[in-house]
Ligand binder design. Structure first.
Ligand SMILES: NC(=O)c1ccc[n+]([C@@H]2O[C@H](COP(=O)([O-])OP(=O)(O)OC[C@H]3O[C@@H](n4cnc5c(N)ncnc54)[C@H](O)[C@@H]3O)[C@@H](O)[C@H]2O)c1
Length: 523
């Protein structure tokens, strides 16, 4: 592949940005103050990220990621900046985008572009294409830029959160293979029409071998979140996965920490930053009592909200009962709740018809990965008829005022407050999880990238590079590495582990040094 020069590349949709740009990075603000702020916060974060610091110590000299070309698509926060600089210190060549239009911290993006040794005049960090408040068109443009290296080549590894980078490569390749021109008019959603427009414009400019040239070089992907992992297993089952994947989410030290304890911190952080409303005593409803739902319940209960949940799974529902929570149906309580939070990873949880019945000024937000848990499209359709008005209070906080309802002030229309336009609220309205939690997640990510770079093919072949090879698998990291990640974070808490005697170890049937649990143990 080669990159078309800036001038000859048409602008992508309404972005005003050349489809194939030669921009070395694109962030909101590279001023000295912003870069300094980012670097100071990065320095503070690193002290709280002992797992990453320890990997830098262990592997900084041997550089196990030399030769790795990693395209990352994961919220461009301060903690992610620490991950990126760890990957670089271990030898990788990295390019980055955010995986959500609202989640970038602009000072983190700026500090990452400049790098620890660069200056504003001569940035020497990593090419980042991300800013807070991208349009969807800009978001997908950014994803494309991060996939293309200045020499025209692509990545050999992807680090994904939610699977958007993986999706673009797979979809691009499949449409080329099937000889189909990407057709935005066939899209099922606004976002899908943008993805298809991007693929169509690439086809028009670069012909039908663009993804065929890139995809065979991608040896594997490590995936951060539940929703992205779900997409990968679906592809594995259908036999359409092109390269192996490490499921980072299901490391115990990721999903049982980040998803639970991270959300415990960051959900109320987001609601408070967005609204300053009192949470204590209010009725809150969390839809979904999985890992994120459990952390979200803890978060709101920590403020003494009166919390109920909805669930489809009897085991999770029973867990909620044992926590003293009411398990209810949304339809039965919708008019009586002050704060709604979706945490299901599923679609169509809160529909426009529910929002029509909500209390005046009820707060509605989503902490799941994608924005289809809350029916913003349905609200937009009502807006087109004039039945509801959207009023910006501040970025990522909107009042939706209904015209025709009668349970608002003085018997008029009621309003609801939607946070982060239905996108994941803890990154849209706050700054995501705290560093220590993210250290565990990103230590797993770094170990996964090292493993893929060392031996991706032991988890299956790239189906394009070796069509007769072994089908690519989705795997989790072995338990001894999960325990290692936990161990690296204990000192920070001053925790002292008890050491097994040989007799004790033999009695419970584990090695003195671990692993201490069987694979089927659920924590
Ligand atoms: N915002 C964040 O910081 C963050 C962090 C981690 C994961 N996530 C995302 O949050 C979402 C949830 O992740 P998780 O790890 O908790 O997944 P999970 O599978 O553990 O939990 C989801 C729960 O929702 C329930 N559910 C599904 N459909 C439902 C419905 N219609 N009504 C009620 N309940 C329903 C499921 O039974 C399950 O218990 C995913 O999209 C994930 O990617 C977000």
């Amino acid at each position: 592949m080669s990159v078309a020069p800036l001038s000859s590349s048409p602008a992508f949709l309404n972005t005003g940005l050349p489809l194939f740009s030669d921009l070395a990075y694109k962030v909101r603000d590279l001023s000295a103050d912003t870069v300094r702020f980012g670097r100071k916060e990065l320095d503070l974060a690193l002290v709280e990220m002992p797992g990453l610091a320890s990997l830098r110590e262990e592997f900084g000299a041997s550089k196990p990621l030399s030769g790795a070309k990693i395209m990352g698509s994961l919220h461009m926060t301060i903690q992610t900046a620490a991950l990126i600089e760890t990957l670089v210190e271990l030898g990788a060549d990295v390019r980055w985008v955010s995986c959500n239009i609202f989640s970038t911290q602009d000072h983190a993006a700026a500090a990452t572009v400049v790098g620890p040794k660069g200056t504003v005049e001569a940035p020497a960090g990593v090419p980042v294409y991300a800013w807070k408040g991208e349009t969807l068109e800009e978001y997908w443009w950014c994803t494309l830029q991060a996939l293309i290296w200045p020499d025209g080549s692509g990545p050999n590894l992807i680090l994904d959160d939610g699977g958007d980078a993986t999706l673009l490569v797979h979809l691009g390749y499949e449409l080329e293979r099937d000889g189909l021109m990407p057709d935005p008019s066939k899209a099922g959603s606004h976002e899908e029409s943008i993805i298809l427009s991007l693929l169509r414009e690439i086809r028009q400019v670069r012909g039908d071998r663009f993804w065929h040239a890139m995809a065979p070089h991608i040896r594997g992907v490590s995936e951060e979140t539940t929703t992205g992992v779900h997409r990968l297993y679906e592809r594995q089952q259908k036999g359409t996965l092109l390269f192996p994947a490490i499921n980072v989410n299901d490391s115990v030290t990721k999903s049982k920490f980040d998803n639970v304890y991270g959300c415990r911190h960051s959900l109320v952080d987001a609601i408070m930053r967005a609204t300053d409303t009192l949470i204590s005593g209010k009725r809150a409803l969390i839809c979904g009592f999985g890992d994120v739902g459990k952390g979200s319940v803890d978060s709101l209960r920590g403020q003494y909200a009166r919390v109920a949940v909805t669930e489809i799974d009897p085991i999770c529902a029973l867990q909620a009962c044992m926590m003293g929570l009411d398990v209810v149906r949304l339809d039965d309580v919708v008019g009586n709740v002050d704060i709604f939070v979706t945490a299901t990873g599923n679609r169509d949880i809160i529909k426009a018809e529910h929002m029509l019945r909500m209390k005046h000024n009820a707060i509605v937000c989503n902490i799941g990965h994608f924005d289809n848990e809350i029916d913003i499209a349905g609200l937009d359709a009502l807006r087109a008829t004039g039945a509801v008005e959207k009023i910006e209070i501040k970025p990522q906080v909107h009042e939706w005022r209904f015209r025709d309802t009668t349970h608002g002030p003085k018997g008029g229309g009621h309003s609801i407050i939607i946070l982060a336009e239905g996108r994941l609220v803890n990154l849209g309205c706050a700054t995501g999880h705290p560093s220590l939690v993210m250290s565990a997640s990103f230590t797993n990510q770094t170990i996964a990238q090292i493993e893929l770079h060392k031996a991706a093919e032991s988890y299956g072949d790239n189906m394009l590079a070796r069509p007769s090879g072994t089908a690519p698998q989705v795997v989790t990291l072995p338990k001894h590495l999960d325990e290692k990640v936990a161990r690296l974070h204990l000192e920070k808490f001053g925790a002292e582990l008890t050491v097994l005697s040989k007799d004790q170890a033999d009695y419970i049937g584990v090695p003195v040094q671990g692993p201490f649990k069987a694979e089927h143990y659920r924590y």
